[in-house]
Design a protein around this ligand. Structure first.
Ligand SMILES: Nc1ncnc2c1ncn2[C@@H]1O[C@H](COP(=O)(O)OP(=O)(O)OP(=O)(O)O)[C@@H](O)[C@H]1O
Ligand SMILES: [Mg+2]
Length: 276
């Protein structure tokens, strides 16, 4: 199938990819950060947003000092421009903060101002990657439901598999219209990872009538651990490592797939609809 080149459509809103999981600690933040840098290397204008309320650690991973974060935008103290940090390959990083929860308590005027600023973000980027944090909480679900594409991350651990399925089940129950892809991380082999994918995709198809795309498999890799210790991203610190090549391939696949928009409404408008 031929997919149109993204740049054919210069004026369209950004495509939004939410990166989520049922269980915590499966590698979402590492995957989001590395994919964002791979996508930016492929000439995409990328915004990486940390929407993990409370536990966000994108700044640590990307070695970014962020005095201000999304909570300061929500409270009106700072603008998006002022909190934007430029990461590797020009990725624009928006660090999180617990203030996003207070979105629901904002007055009409503040909310409107915020939505307008968010719309400007969509206008100036091709791809917005959102690290949603783990679990089937309402905020995580709101971000996924509003995204064009949701990447569910799991590991081969039975608890992670069950929780990934639970997440897919919630999205199906809410009639999610976007695409769901599954990424199996920390596999001990490609074969093991593919088996996990098939297991989840089969059950989702049979019981939820939901198609789940295969994003790919990442094996457990000491290079990633080393890179984290050095506060570098593995795709930059060890570009020739197997995991870096696999991340580049997944980035490529997702960028092509993400080309397909699933709704007409702006992303943040949709998030707002789910919140309010
Ligand atoms: N492929 C991998 N190989 C080896 N270690 C990995 C791999 N992927 C992730 N890790 C390690 O797993 C740990 C958790 O990763 P990460 O913080 O990205 O997970 P998370 O899903 O974002 O967690 P949380 O739910 O707390 O936000 C980190 O210490 C990271 O170094
Ligand atoms: Mg995380």
């Amino acid at each position: 199938m031929h997919l149109p080149d993204y740049r054919d459509n210069e004026n369209s809103d950004a495509i939004v990819l939410a990166i989520t999981s049922g269980k915590g600690g499966v590698g979402k933040t590492n995957i989001a950060a590395n994919l964002s840098v791979c996508m930016a290397a492929a000439n995409q204008r990328v915004i990486l947003m940390d929407a993990d309320l409370g536990l966000g650690n994108l700044d640590v991973l990307m070695n970014i000092q962020s005095r201000y974060n999304l909570s300061h935008v929500v409270s009106g103290e700072r603008s998006f421009e002022e909190i934007t940090q430029i990461g590797p390959n020009g990725v624009e990083v928006l660090c999180g903060g617990s203030g996003i929860e207070t979105l629901a308590n904002l007055g009409k005027f503040q909310r409107q101002r915020l939505l307008e600023e968010m719309q400007a973000l969509e206008d100036r980027s091709d791809l917005i990657l959102i690290d949603t944090g783990a679990g089937i909480h309402s905020t995580v679900i709101a971000f996924c439901l509003a995204a064009d594409h949701t990447l569910v991350v799991t590991t081969p651990e039975p608890t992670a598999i069950t929780d990934a399925y639970a997440m897919i089940k919630v999205l199906a129950a809410k009639n999610y219209t976007g695409r769901i892809s599954l990424l199996v991380n920390m596999a001990s082999s490609l074969m093991e990872g593919k088996k996990v994918y098939r297991q989840i995709a089969d059950v989702a198809s049979r019981f939820l009538n939901m198609g789940v795309y295969e994003a790919g498999v990442l094996c457990r890799d000491e290079n990633l651990v080393q890179a984290v210790r050095r506060r570098e991203l593995v795709v930059q610190a060890f570009p020739k490592a197997n995991i870096s090549k696999a991340l580049a391939a997944i980035s490529n696949r997702l960028t092509k797939r993400a080309n397909i928009r699933t709704g007409d409404d702006g992303f943040f408008r949709k998030v707002a609809n789910w919140f309010f």
